[in-house]
Design a protein around this ligand. Sequence first.
Ligand code: NAD
Ligand code: GLY
Length: 366
Amino acid sequence: MFTVDVNLGDRSYPIFIGDGLLNDVELVLPYLGVGRVVIITNDLVAPLYLDQVKQLFAARQVEEIILPDGEAHKNLATISHIYDVLLRGKFDRNTTLVALGGGVVGDITGFAAATYLRGINFIQIPTTLLAQVDSSVGGKTGVNHELGKNLIGAFYQPRCVIADTRVLSTLPEREVKAGLAEVLKYGLVYDAVFFSWLSENCEAICRSDPALLSQAIKTCCEIKAAIVAEDEKEAGIRALLNLGHTFGHAIETASGYGNWLHGETVAMGIVMAADLSWRLGWIDQSTVQHIRAVLEKSYGLPVIPPENISVEQYLDLMLSDKKAEMGNIRFVLLRAIGEAVVEGGIDKNLLAATLTAGDQLCIQGE
Ligand code: NAD
Ligand code: GLY
């Protein structure tokens, strides 16, 4: 087992990463409140892991809330349903909420925990690769609005994160790849050596080789823990973790939540950000072509955005991005592999060229 600590003073917490951790009853005990435990999961994950996780919390009275699966349910109606169940059941401030699932369940549960009775204990048990490397760590919680992704939420840290890599064996290949988009993001933003390692070991990682995948999860959690410790509320450096997300969130919202996987739209957005960085003259063509090739060819990710989103629609949606300031859309762009910056005031013609490049992204400039 690896342990990565997120250092946030008296709100510090460990991320446990390892094979078979969901059998380790002792592991969770220090992070439980004195009250009841409510496991929040969905109707796809529950038949796979709910019974096992109930055993993990058998030291307390355990109840469950099973949500319908899918990004389309990551909204305030679901939060309201959770409040109804908790209030009707007279769950008090000693309650611990446990998120058992991917990023959707994790973000919803964290937001419910942040707001129920002004904040109760919660634990993350991420069961997708994306959730193990990204969404379960760092305390971003929340839901979507029909006008934009993740626009309603709170920063609220879990007491611990338990990433059992064994659960990834039931994850469909498409979901593994979507998680790998976020893994590649860490390399592009912070760590050129990690990006090279990912590109050299792509075959084994795409096969979910347990040793390499665990190593990748650990590296991502170490990078994220360091960033969150420095900039918990995204006043600066943390924004760089949004590489590809300004474009990606617009695609996700315009396409209808759930039609593309979050990680897939991040992959498209990363290639769009690389393309724009190249058009700005910040990185050369061989570098952007390499970035596209690693995502598209080595990792089999979709990188060409849907054709039916107009420039106007992109601009409108991206103005709702949380990084936008006073009508200025700000993008995470690349100065090099492993070096990202946040930049606003982008030339409209260059931006339009990226938004309309389609399958020519990173290939054909002006
Ligand atoms: P998800 O939660 O929808 O999970 C993907 C699918 O896999 C779902 O159908 C889920 O039920 C299923 N699943 C989960 N675990 C499984 C398992 N072990 N075996 C089989 N199937 C399993 O999607 P995701 O990719 O995990 O997360 C995406 C969400 O995370 C988005 O809403 C995104 O906005 C959010 N996110 C949040 C942060 C953050 O910092 N809070 C960071 C990145 C992404
Ligand atoms: N996923 C980006 C962040 O947590 O900041």
